[in-house]
Design a protein. Structure first.
Length: 139
């Protein structure tokens, strides 16, 4: 089954109807939002780590080697675009699914996200069913 995402790209087939368990890194400078999403995903059985800024995200990604990175764009010091580029280029996490979770939803933001190495672009607030579908994707 191939379905389009909100950025117009086709989504690969699902592994199964239930989500496989993933190593997930959530990066958001809004600590409460990151922790709440982390708890939701832990309750689903995923292994979850959180980070609240770019340097911390890179350190956690280096150690955890996540399957999925849910990454906010608008962060101080190092924005999500830079973090995504460095995850791909410096850490070599080419197989990780990078998802921009952001309040920025204009076409230019989607283009910048693709250029930075994101696989998907999801605007906040996050739709739990959409997130569940993304976690079912083959990596």
């Amino acid at each position: 089954m191939v379905a389009p995402t909100d950025d117009g790209h086709a989504v690969p087939e699902y592994e199964s109807e239930s989500s496989p368990l993933r190593r997930i890194l959530i990066v958001d400078d809004d600590t409460d939002a990151a922790e709440a999403l982390g708890e939701l995903l832990r309750d689903c059985g995923h292994e979850v780590a959180t980070a609240h800024d770019g340097p911390q995200a890179l350190d956690r990604a280096r150690l955890q080697r996540p399957d999925v990175v849910l990454l906010d764009i608008g962060m101080p010091e190092m924005d999500g675009y830079e973090v995504a580029k460095r995850i791909r280029e410096e850490l070599g996490l080419d197989d990780a699914l990078l998802v921009a979770l952001t309040g920025y939803g204009e076409d230019r933001h989607r283009r910048l996200a693709r250029e930075a190495g994101f696989d998907h672009h999801v605007t906040k607030p996050v739709d739990a069913s959409k997130l569940e579908e993304l976690l079912k994707l083959q990596l």
